[in-house]
Design a binder for this molecule. Structure first.
Ligand code: PA5
Length: 463
């Protein structure tokens, strides 16, 4: 079976020189790393780390794929209405595992599956444009919100629901909705109960950004022909691989390397897949890493603000955009390559009369050569980098990588001594928005933001 591996050689001083990690340094972190592993498992045993239970929810995965199989032929379009952890995993799964031009294929080419749209923004032009392309009578909307109250999700839902009712009528709109939300609370749960709408539960102990392997990610994936059972199988395999022998535990080693690099001043983690299919895995990871690890905390009685900054790049595209900075800019980065050993197809450059050196080579050789060249160039310049190796891209390997990176995030939380599972920093922006939007109970915030905006009205700093 295809096992995902992490190659961290180029983070070690042996290969990366002065900016690398000495093996003694890594070894001295092992006791703390083992303690992090224990702490994570203790939290799991206490029931607070639901993401670690998801790989074992095989019955639910079967139920979801069975439901999708029955329903999908009815619909031409599937729309995910959600944001953050309720959208990024859906996009990552679709880009990784389906045709890059999926929505342009015929329904037959899509094997009777619908097109997929994930409008994860409240930009009016985006939503209006979506309405231009959907045939409401043949569209199903998956409204995803763990809290059931997120304003972006609800605003888009209300608009789309209104448009839906106009086309299918007040008695039938419910048949076009699937709700994924908390089991008991929130507006969406109440609505599902009241209107008898099909609904799935997001477990209370699974945080949004850790929820891709729950109904959050699995429903849209199943409608688009992706096998949830295989995703979970991959995640289970990785869970077994990430055992207490931390030296052989890829999630623990990945976290250890990132943690040591952080304290060496490499606070930027650039994720750079050499595969178009994996480009949105970096986007998903960006949220996971940033929202989990960017925290204000008390360290040795001092308030400190810490957290690595995740940056996404794409090989080879960003060789012509970012790599100059990575090779000659400040020594503040560690690059995580996502590497694919076997691409799904082979494309050969045809022979030409000109006898160009590229002819008869494959694009597979070219992308691999560029990846090796970039990795070597970085290492030779003492720019630490590691590689997550996918034997191929499949549900099984994607499931492994999602789970591995989630677990690595949990380990990072323990190493940094922070809570990786909350997001208090998102709160201020949210309540000020409520104030501006006139939500009851947020009059103080309304006054505060209005006064601030008025004070800036004639600012001399606008040119
Ligand atoms: O990771 C998180 O908790 C957040 O990014 C949420 O996923 C995001 O804010 C959406 O929340 P909800 O699913 O409650 O609508």
């Amino acid at each position: 079976m295809s096992s995902v591996r992490v190659d961290f050689s180029n983070c070690m001083s042996e290969f990366a020189g002065g900016h690398g990690i000495d093996s003694a340094e890594l070894e001295s972190l092992y006791p703390k790393l083992s303690a992090a592993h224990e702490a994570v498992h203790q939290k799991k045993a206490q029931g607070s780390l639901g993401f670690m239970e998801l790989p074992y929810k095989t019955e639910e995965a079967k139920k979801i794929s069975g439901y999708a199989k029955k329903q999908k032929a009815k619909f031409d379009d599937f729309v995910v209405i959600g944001i953050g952890g309720s959208a990024l995993g859906n996009i990552a799964l679709q880009t990784a595992l389906n045709h890059p031009y999926w929505n342009l294929l015929s329904k037959k080419q899509r094997k009777n599956c619908p097109r997929l749209f994930v409008p994860d923004n409240v930009d009016p032009e985006l939503l209006k444009s979506l309405l231009d392309v959907l045939n409401m009578k043949k569209t199903v909307f998956n409204v995803i919100s763990k809290s059931g109250t997120t304003s972006e999700c609800l605003a888009n839902f209300f608009i789309l629901k209104n448009a839906l009712i106009k086309k299918v009528g007040i008695k039938k709109w419910q048949e076009h909705i699937i709700i994924s939300t908390d089991e008991k609370k929130g507006y969406l749960r109440e609505l599902a109960d009241k209107e008898n709408i099909v609904s799935f539960t997001i477990p209370a102990n699974v945080g949004g950004r850790f929820s891709v392997l729950s109904p959050v990610g699995l429903i849209s994936a199943s409608f688009c022909g992706i096998r949830p059972e295989k995703l979970l199988e991959g995640a289970r395999y990785m869970d077994r691989k990430c055992g207490s022998d931390i030296v052989k535990n890829p999630a623990a080693i990945y976290a250890a390397i990132q943690y040591l690099m952080y304290w060496k001043g490499k606070k930027i983690n650039v994720m750079m897949p050499y595969s178009q299919a994996l480009k949105d895995v970096s986007d998903w990871f960006r949220q996971l890493w940033a929202e989990s690890l960017g925290k204000k905390t008390n360290l040795k009685n001092d308030v400190v603000n810490l957290g690595p900054t995740p940056v996404k790049a794409l090989g080879v595209t960003d060789q012509h955009s970012q790599v100059q900075l990575y090779i000659e800019g400040p020594y503040d980065k560690v690059v995580t390559f996502l590497s694919v050993e076997k691409y799904g197809t082979t494309v050969t450059v045809p022979a030409t009369k000109a006898r160009h050196y590229l002819e008869k080579h494959t694009l597979n050789e070219l992308i691999k050569s560029e990846e090796e060249a970039t990795r070597t160039a970085l290492t030779k310049q003492s720019r630490p980098n590691c590689t997550i190796i996918f034997p191929e891209i499949s549900e099984y390997t994607i499931g492994q990588v999602f789970y591995m990176l989630e677990l690595a995030t949990a380990y990072m939380g323990e190493l940094f001594e922070i809570n990786a599972f909350d997001q208090p920093g998102v709160e201020l922006g949210k309540v000020l928005t409520y104030g501006l939007m006139g939500r009851d109970g947020f009059e103080k915030e309304k006054k505060e933001i209005k006064e601030f905006l008025i004070s800036k009205k004639n600012s001399k700093y606008i040119v």
